[in-house]
Design a protein around this ligand. Structure first.
Ligand SMILES: C[S@@+](CC[C@H](N)C(=O)[O-])C[C@H]1O[C@@H](n2cnc3c(N)ncnc32)[C@H](O)[C@@H]1O
Length: 314
């Protein structure tokens, strides 16, 4: 396996979940190394199209070097700009499927210079888009103890968050925290976990989610999918931890509940939100995939289909 390799998670299930029409327009919101994009392209004829997003320039460069396909457009942007990008192309309401495979890719994790890994030493960066925002090291130097504890608790569900934040601030009285191993060792000095789980797992996840504003971005893009999907267009989201999955689950449930209209009252005047999605449920990775790719262990794929009802602004 090369440093550029990413093994796509729940590949068959998500491609099937998209229910691909061979002349359709599909969005891969998280290009990575393009495994899912390739799966979609392979199902399209010459009239089909994929627009892919990635906020990491190295993913976009990889696409330029390795994908020579006129049906693919790759956009270097956070997926929260999906609505704008598709509006500019007059594609709002015409999208047949949107796939999101959340989190970081293996090349991001495996490159110590990106600062995502607690196993290898590198600068404590953790930004998926290194052209904007602040690094984890900068944030840790300017945030106070309570803010750090809250982030680690909220996004990592780490019970020892207060002890960790206090250890971080104690350490910073002598010197700054610049590298991943410095941070991992500080956390390991106050957290004890089971043998096969590194004590810094939850805290690194939490800081990464915070630095990249991952949950906020997810909530924002989900709302945009309502306007972007064509009738019967599919939404497929693969998430890797419970907080993320809860956001996806609640979004789909909120828009797929059957609403009871008072008899004879047209929906436009009812004040009741129409049902915009059919909930097609969730799936997990197979045992075979889990034994072949550990990362797929925690994956949950949720699928929903846009209803045929067109929402008009009243
Ligand atoms: C798990 S990988 C996707 C792997 C891909 N499905 C494949 O098969 O190669 C997630 C990718 O999404 C990108 N990403 C994560 N959040 C993003 C966001 N909010 N906007 C755009 N790209 C994002 C990351 O930079 C990373 O390259």
């Amino acid at each position: 396996m090369t440093a550029q390799h990413h093994q796509s998670v729940m590949f068959d299930e998500s491609i099937e979940g998209l229910n691909i029409k061979n002349n359709g327009i599909y969005i891969d919101a998280t290009f990575g190394r393009g495994g899912h994009t390739l799966g979609i392209l392979n199902k399209l004829n010459n009239n089909g199209k994929v627009i892919a997003f990635d906020q990491d320039i190295s993913a976009v460069n990889y696409a330029k070097e390795n994908f020579n396909d006129g049906r693919l457009e790759v956009v270097h942007s956070a997926f929260t700009h999906m609505g704008e990008v598709l509006n500019e192309r007059s594609l709002s309401g015409k999208i047949d499927g949107i796939l999101m495979d959340l989190g970081v890719s293996s090349p991001q994790l495996d490159n110590a210079q990106r600062g995502f890994s607690f196993n290898t030493d590198g600068p404590l960066d953790m930004r998926m888009d290194q052209t904007r925002g602040i690094s984890a090291a900068q944030w840790l130097s300017q945030a106070d103890e309570t803010e750090i504890a809250n982030v680690i608790y909220e996004f990592g569900e780490e019970k020892k968050s207060r002890h960790i934040a206090s250890a971080i601030k104690r350490y910073q009285q002598d010197r700054p925290i610049d590298t991943t191993l410095q941070l991992a060792n500080i956390i390991a000095s106050v957290v004890k976990t089971k043998k096969n789980k590194h004590p810094a797992t939850r805290s690194f996840q939490a800081i990464r989610i915070f630095i990249n504003q991952e949950l906020k971005q997810l909530s924002e893009v989900l709302e945009q999918t309502l306007q972007l999907l064509a009738p019967e267009g599919r939404l497929c989201v693969i998430s890797f931890h419970s907080i993320e999955d809860r956001i996806v689950k609640q979004f789909i449930q909120r828009h797929s509940r059957q609403k009871q209209l008072p008899k004879g009252l047209p929906i436009m005047n009812s004040g009741i939100e129409p049902t915009l999605f059919k909930n097609l449920g969730k799936q997990f990775s197979s045992q075979a995939e889990i034994s072949n790719n550990k990362r797929s262990r925690s994956a949950i794929l949720r699928i929903a289909e846009r209803t045929t009802l067109v929402v008009e602004k009243c």
